[in-house]
Write a new protein. Structure first.
Length: 346
């Protein structure tokens, strides 16, 4: 028995930045939107993995945090009254563009819509667990796979493990608040931005952090409280005092049920056209990191562009008898009224 039935024009799977901006573009065209996300709040990876990490490549915003971008997008779409379902996974999709679609979640929520938009980033994602014995005994108390609030790590003895952008970025950003900070990587070469690597070594040379070349092989502590980690180096094993371990070994991305919907895929990414970013199934679109096409760049700004073109095509599906007139928000009084701005607002 279905617990909840929601009727809407467009259902978006994924409430990350690209899914949120799609609400804006669809709202300008008078389309109602409902979003579904596995997380407990909007924002996708920006909110879950790096809410306080700065982003530098959003046009017109020289620097903004992941959570800051999400907050701005939520403010931007507020006039359109989008609705959300959180903490649920889309389990099944039925229907077609002619008769409409039914999307059902694992919690038996049913959403009926004329258009489906997949904006699920890389799919459902989870951090890769490091190959350390009994690491799960410390998860949530001494071992964390993301940083939601930097203040939670203030005064702690931090051990960061990894050689990519996340490990280097958090080494740099957490150093000022940590009681002590040690970075461990198996070699002195990194897969991170050269500027970040230079900043990390500058902190080491200034005595503000410690860098150890090696691998974490064990953890010590009691009742989930971490006290130290064993690190295997070229010269033997050493113990590194730490109260918090942050392992950054990347993410495991899974398409999940999307892979069973009969949509054309290439290496676990959804094939789309570049006219409207529609999939091989009419009425189903994919925007953001989850899609692929020639020349694709996995950038938030690329997803914003894809959302704009998708919305124009969605309007034609939802209201095939209405003429789609392209307008600019800077000059259209009707669009400004929808946004609650301009002289006619109020």
């Amino acid at each position: 028995m279905t617990d909840r039935i929601i009727e809407t024009d467009v259902v978006i799977i994924g409430a990350g930045p690209v899914g949120l901006f799609a609400v804006f573009e669809l709202g300008l065209l008078d389309l109602k939107v409902h979003l579904i996300d596995i997380l407990d709040r909007p924002g996708g990876q920006c909110a879950e993995l790096y809410p306080e990490k700065p982003i530098y490549d959003i046009p017109g915003l020289p620097k903004i945090s992941g959570q800051g971008l999400v907050d701005q997008l939520m403010e931007q779409i507020e006039p359109f009254g989008a609705t959300f379902t959180f903490n649920e996974i889309v389990a099944a999709l039925d229907g077609d563009a002619g008769n409409g679609f039914e999307v059902r979640t694992d919690n038996d929520t049913l959403v009926r819509a004329k258009v489906v938009v997949i904006a699920a980033g890389g799919g459902s994602f989870q951090p890769k667990r490091p190959p350390i014995p009994d690491v799960d005994a410390f998860e949530g108390t001494g071992v964390f796979y993301s940083v939601r609030e930097m203040e939670a790590f203030r005064g702690q003895d931090l051990l960061i493990v990894g050689g990519g952008d996340s490990a280097l970025d958090w080494t740099i950003n957490l150093q000022p608040v940590a009681g002590s900070l040690t970075l461990v990587h198996r070699r002195p070469q990194f897969r991170a931005a050269p500027d970040s690597v230079n900043k990390m070594f500058a902190l080491r040379d200034a005595g503000k952090i410690r860098f150890v070349e090696g691998q974490v092989t064990g953890l010590k502590g009691e009742r989930g409280l971490l006290s130290s980690a064993t690190v295997k180096t070229a010269d033997g094993e050493i113990d590194v005092d730490c109260t918090r371990l942050l392992p950054f070994f990347g993410l495991t991305m899974k398409l999940g049920p999307v892979a069973d919907w009969g949509i054309g895929l290439t290496e676990n990414l959804i094939d789309v056209d570049t006219q409207a970013f529609q999939t091989s199934e009419p009425g189903i679109f994919a925007i953001g990191d989850i899609n692929t096409y020639p020349g694709k760049l996995k950038l938030i700004l690329s997803g914003f562009h894809e959302a704009a073109l998708m919305a124009q095509a969605a309007k034609r599906i939802v209201h095939p008898d209405e003429r789609v007139v392209f307008q600019y928000t800077t000059s259209s009084s009707s669009l400004q009224r929808k946004l609650g701005v301009g002289k006619d607002a109020g």
